[in-house]
Design a binder for this molecule. Structure first.
Ligand code: UDX
Length: 440
């Protein structure tokens, strides 16, 4: 199949590279010439494990191309995927569809009858209908419009794309359905479940999936609060409920609240859709409130662990990205945590294996260190913010010896409490009983 991908952000670039790896002929289009020049030179605009090799292999085989020329990029396409950004609109949280509609207007004049235009970006219910209307307005005829939301996670994007739990296709005609089935045939043959639905249903499915996962996280975070108060262990509770197939074990890790480019934005956009439809989504609304409050609670927790006052204290942060295996800082819990602690006079020193460059722009007063041990040096408290694997194996005795204070606040439950205490540290986990500290 001849596929064009508009937008070389996370979803666009990974999807384009994976489609070409399936043997399709793929052109990725982006307005940003620096990005396209970089891709021609083998430089990835995002940090994602395995992506550079995948791109290189398919470029070398002549199946993956990059261009800034949209007209040229779409003119021979059998399917055009739209994977441009849909950020939350300032003020109301509604998904901003400016880039999506702009791309549709631009491509309308250049696509051939029979082309299938597919939204891969997360777009609110009814966006496909709007796209149909724009195409008609612009005089593009016999075009099918379909929805094919993407469920990949950052940091595991290629594996998620190639081994999806399911593929959702929202199509309103048999041609679009047939073209998308052909595109996904390699996964289909691998027995990945493919769900064919109406276009609006597919659009909503993506939001419902992200909102449900966000609910799970906020739920376990509230249970973690309760665990601390009643001296129970949230990790055991999560395992105890997760082994029930009706609940499932994933997305039950208590932490500093969800962040990233999807959950915060998509939960807000779902609430906007619901409000417009006159339907109150109380569970999602509360989930968002719980998650927003969580960030302030994390600051309070660190302040309390340091005896109620952080002024002049040196606080070491391990990890800044919103999750491991990415350099993405969008809506990272580290941002409000740093702001909150600095506001109270704390001095922050931090280490992140890959997000430093992005973090430096957002955190001008933070001192960046080159290793976890350098962060620990002279710190009054050490706080695990992101659960990078490389933090799991650090030598806690060495850390404790380097620190000025003895407080370890583990916002991701990376360490074993007994081991941390064995190293002489006061351990503050998340929902793992009362902290081993006089202030707890
Ligand atoms: C998410 C969805 O998983 C994916 O299907 C969708 O396409 C895009 O949004 P992503 O944002 O890349 O993917 O990361 P994910 O691994 O889902 O984590 C999201 C946030 O939830 C992170 O801040 C993470 O730390 C947090 N989280 C996740 C928890 O706090 N606890 C958990 O148990 C799981």
């Amino acid at each position: 199949m001849r596929i064009t991908m508009i937008g070389t952000g996370y979803v666009g670039l990974v999807s384009g590279a994976c489609f070409s790896d399936f043997g399709h002929d793929v052109i990725c289009v982006d307005k940003d010439s620096a990005k396209i020049d970089g891709l021609h030179a083998g430089k990835m605009p995002i940090w994602e494990p395995g992506l550079d090799n995948l791109v290189k292999a398919n470029v070398d085989r002549g199946r993956l191309h990059f261009t800034t020329d949209l007209a040229e990029g779409v003119k021979n396409a059998e399917a055009v995927f739209i994977a441009v950004g849909t950020p939350a609109r300032r003020g109301d949280g509604h998904a901003d569809l400016t880039f999506v509609y702009q791309a549709v207007r631009e491509l309308a004049a250049h696509i051939k009858p029979g082309t299938v235009v597919v939204t891969k970006s997360t777009v609110p219910v009814g966006t496909g209908d709007q796209i149909c209307a724009i195409l008609e307005e612009e005089g593009a005829t016999e075009i099918s419009v379909a929805s094919n939301p993407e469920f990949l996670r950052e940091g595991a994007a290629i594996a998620d794309f190639k081994h999806p739990d399911r593929i959702v296709v929202g199509a309103e005609d048999s041609h679009a359905e047939a073209v998308l089935k052909e595109i996904y045939r390699p996964l289909f043959l691998n027995r990945a479940p493919i769900l064919i639905t109406g276009r609006r249903t597919a659009e909503l499915t993506k939001y419902a999936a992200n909102a449900f996962l966000a609910v799970k996280i906020s739920f376990i975070n509230e249970i973690a609060n309760l665990c601390e108060a009643v001296d129970a262990d949230v990790q055991d509770v999560a395992r105890g409920i997760g082994l029930d197939n009706r609940i499932g074990p994933k997305f039950l890790h208590a932490g500093p609240g969800y962040g990233g480019s999807c959950f915060p934005k998509d939960t807000l956009a779902l609430l906007q859709t619901a409000e417009k439809a006159g339907i109150d989504q109380r569970i999602v609304r509360t989930t968002v409130e719980v998650n927003d409050a969580r960030k302030g609670e994390m600051v309070d927790r660190i302040v309390k662990a340091l005896g109620g006052d952080v002024a002049g204290k040196r606080i070491g942060l391990l990890g800044l990205a919103f999750k491991p295996n990415t350099d993405d800082m969008r809506d990272a819990p580290s941002i409000p945590i740093v702001e909150g602690l600095e506001k109270q006079g704390g001095k922050i020193v931090a280490f992140d294996p890959v997000a430093r460059e992005h973090a430096e722009k957002l955190m001008p007063n933070v001192e960046f260190a080159g290793s976890p041990y350098a962060v620990a040096q002279g710190a009054d408290a050490l706080v695990v913010v992101t659960e990078w694997d490389e933090f799991r194996g650090i030598d806690l005795d060495r850390v404790a010896a380097a620190m000025a204070g003895k407080v370890l606040v583990d916002l991701r439950n990376v360490y074993d409490r007994a081991e941390a205490e064995g190293a002489g540290l006061h351990y503050w986990g998340m929902g793992r009983g009362k902290p081993s500290h006089p202030a707890g």
